[in-house]
Write a protein that binds this ligand. Structure first.
Ligand SMILES: Nc1nc2c(ncn2[C@@H]2O[C@H](COP(=O)(O)OP(=O)(O)OP(=O)(O)O)[C@@H](O)[C@H]2O)c(=O)[nH]1
Ligand SMILES: [Zn+2]
Length: 352
């Protein structure tokens, strides 16, 4: 079992190269539909026979609901290749953002999935690679990367995370702060912690902040991330000691490009929950065991957690960190994020 194989497969997928995903029930040779061009497609599938693997949610939108396994509604669906499915048509199958522009798709013929466990692992790999969960699929053949379902499951295992370095970092909210960088040999994303103030015996005030390029850096009004980040730093500074974890979980774990696809779906009227689902992802794909591991490496076993999200409390506790208190972090809404905040309150259990 090696997370290295998963890392290679992720890299290959993002470059549009062929990869093989194996599980106990068989192997699938895959190429991402996203980014496929005439040359890579010909190389992967010279005769144009590759089938298409999509998420169950995408199958539902494409009127293949009858193909969704009753016993496992998350099971991916395999579409048989038809002569009219060229790269452009495949991209229209893959990308829900195009549904308004190209509404006429199908009819599709679904096929039995020979290797369901491998298909599920492939979809997990797509999320880790930050691409759309839609593939061309063949059986055997040349490929640039090969990973097993176990490799893929081990890829973002927080156990391999370690402290890489630390340094003093005065910030506007707290001059007495130290930045601690964490790295895992398997994974390129580096998480950081900002440790504020002087450690004392009380459980620190802790904020788990998931990366949001649009909110944190550009000041997006569509979410509450930017103001929450600054408010959290001030609340931690006021408490004299605490930690902000900056987690590289852009878009609740689906990556920047997929989050922006979710935004494009929101422009079409879907809310933040339905947009994720329509893309073929979980509503929240984050794994908070990485945060627990970081706290553990900082010698912190109990926290006062700044959050409105009961899922974060449960995720940290499940990973062995005691949450002695939940502190709310509520900021005024603006006209652009009103619906987003209402959806968090009404559909994802946020206590707002
Ligand atoms: N997929 C997706 N991600 C989003 C969207 N809006 C914001 N995000 C991401 O959501 C994450 C922000 O969530 P957080 O503020 O950490 O957490 P939360 O679940 O809202 O809980 P709180 O602790 O109460 O703030 C960041 O990774 C954002 O990039 C969206 O519409 N779709
Ligand atoms: Zn945001």
């Amino acid at each position: 079992m090696s997370a290295r194989d998963a890392a290679r497969a992720i890299d290959a997928l993002r470059r549009g190269w062929a990869v093989t995903v194996r599980a106990e029930d068989g192997a699938l040779r895959l190429m991402a539909i996203e980014g496929a061009d005439a040359v890579t497609t010909k190389d992967f599938d010279p005769v144009g026979e590759a089938d298409i693997l999509i998420s169950a949610a995408r199958a539902q939108t494409l009127k293949l609901a009858n193909q969704i396994a009753a016993a496992d509604p998350d099971m991916p669906v395999l579409i048989a290749r038809a002569p009219w499915i060229d790269n452009d048509a495949a991209m229209a199958i893959a990308d829900p953002v195009r549904d308004l522009a190209s509404p006429l798709k199908g009819p599709f013929l679904a096929k039995a999935l020979a290797a369901p466990a491998a298909a599920k692992a492939a979809l997990r790999l797509a999320r880790l690679a930050g691409i759309l969960p839609a593939f061309f699929v063949t059986g055997e053949g040349a490929c640039e990367g090969e990973a097993s379902a176990q490799d893929i499951a081990a890829y973002d295992d927080a156990a391999h995370l370690a402290i890489a370095t630390r340094a003093r970092l005065p910030v506007s909210a707290a001059e007495n702060a130290e930045i601690v960088a964490f790295r895992s040999p398997d994974e390129p994303r580096e998480h950081v912690a900002l440790v504020v103030g002087r450690r004392n015996a009380a459980p620190p005030v802790v904020r788990l902040h998931s990366e949001c390029l649009t909110g944190d850096v550009l000041g997006s009004l569509k979410c509450d991330c930017g103001p929450q980040l600054h408010q959290a730093l001030h609340q931690i500074a006021d408490a004299q000691w605490g930690v902000l974890l900056y987690l590289r979980q852009e878009g609740r774990g689906i990556g920047l490009v997929n989050k922006l696809r979710a935004y494009a779906l929101q422009d079409q009227g879907f809310d933040t929950v339905d947009a994720n689902v329509r893309l073929g992802f979980a509503v929240d794909a984050r794994d908070f065991s990485v945060a627990a591991r970081m706290l553990d490496l900082l010698g912190i076993g109990a926290v006062r957690l700044l959050t409105n999200n009961p899922g974060k409390v449960a995720g940290l506790e499940a990973a062995g960190i005691e949450v002695v208190e939940r502190l709310p972090i509520i900021l005024p809404a603006n006209p652009h994020n009103e619906r987003y905040l209402a959806t968090k309150r009404d559909r994802t259990g946020h206590q707002l």
